[in-house]
Design a protein around this ligand. Sequence first.
Ligand code: FNR
Length: 382
Amino acid sequence: GIYLNGMFADRTPDLTTDLAALEDQARAALAPEALGYVVPSAGSGATARANREAFDRWRIVPRVLRSGARRDLSCEVLGTSMPAPLLIAPMGVQTLAHPDGELATVRAAAALGVPYVHSTQAAHSFEQIAEAGGDAPRWYQLYWPTDREVCLSFLERAKATGFSTLVLTLDTPMLGWRPADLNRGFLPFLRNVGIANYLTDPAFLAKLDKPVAEDPGAAALHWAKMFPNPGLSWADLPFLREHWDGPILLKGISAAEDARLAADHGMDGVVVSNHGGRQVDGAIGALDALPAVADAVGDRIAVLFDSGVRTGADTVKALALGARAVLLGRPVLYGLALAGQEGVDHVLRCLLAELDLTLALSGYVSHRGLSRESLACAQRSA
Ligand code: FNR
C-alpha cells in the first residue's frame, strides 16, 4: 500500500522518510540557538550515544507464514485509546523550532489520534493546547513547581481543560550540563519563552510585584525560583495522588528499584527514559534499563519508554522488551522545524507506517504478540 502511494500520496515531498536522517535536514532549518537547545545532549553526549547503541545490540528475529494480512496496532494505555502504542513525548519551548510551536504539534497529533503530552515548559498554555487539540486525547507533564499553590493551580487548569493523565518528570530536578547552551549563555525561559503556563497562571501572577508587561525580567526570575525543585522526595507523592484523580506516571525512571517504589507509592505507571540523554551524562542507555524495570513492575503498573526511538524497528524492540507504548521525542521537533504541522504529520505517519510494516515483515499481526523471544541480543562490538 505504501509503495502504491496510498498512504503517502500527499506526503510532504521534501522531507526524508528516514527519521534517523531527519536530524541532518532539520539542522539547516534551525537557528543557531534553537539548534543548540534542541539537538544536543548533556555533557559529552555519552548518554545519547548509549541510547542508540542499546538499540543496535538487539536484533529482531523475523517469523514467517503467520497469516499477517490483517494487522491491528490499536491499544489502550491507562484508559487512553490510541491508534498505535505511540505518544508524543512532552517537549517544551516548541516555538524555538517553528513559530506555531506546540499548536502545530498538537493539531497534527489530534488529526491522527496520537496522544499529545503537554509540557509544563510549553510556549503555549493549557487553554491554547486544549483549544487546538479539540477532543483528541491529551496528557499533562508536570514539572512540580516549588510553590504548591502554583502546582495546585496547574493541576486544576489541566483538569479543567481535559488532560486525562498526569506525567510527573523526575529526571530534571534542575537542568543538566548542556555545553551548547552554556557556551551561548542561552536559556529560552529567561526570555519569557516556554513559560506560557506560568505567565497565564493566576496563582503565579499574584506573586509578582508588577504586571509582566511592566517588568518581564522579574517574571522570568520568579519562574527560576520555582522550576528547579531538587527537594522533592517519595514522601511528596501522596500530595499529588490526593489532588489528581486520573492516572499518574513517573517519567525519567532508569532503576528497577525506583519503578518498584513508584508502584509501592500507588503510581499507575513509569516512563523509562533518560530525557533523550539531556540530563545525566554517562548514564545507562534507556533501552538497557528497560528489561529490568519491566521485570520488576510490568505486571503491576504500565511501563512506557522513550529516549532514542527513531524507527519502526526501534519501537518493536522497546515493545518486545516490555514497554506498553513509546514516546517520540526529537524527530517530532525536526518535522516541526522543517514544515510546521505538516512536518509533524509526516513524522508521525512515517513512524506509524514503518512500525506497521516492521511488524508485518517480522510475522506479527499485533504488537501484543511481541516478547523477548522476538529478539536476539547481538554481540557487543569491540
Ligand atoms: C525534552 N524533553 C522534555 N521532557 C519533559 O518531561 N518535559 C519537557 O518539557 C521536556 N522538554 C524537552 C525539550 C526538548 C527540546 C527535548 C529534545 C526534549 C524530553 C522528552 O520528553 C523525551 O524524554 C526525549 O526527547 C526522548 O528522547 P529522544 O526521542 O529525543 O531521543
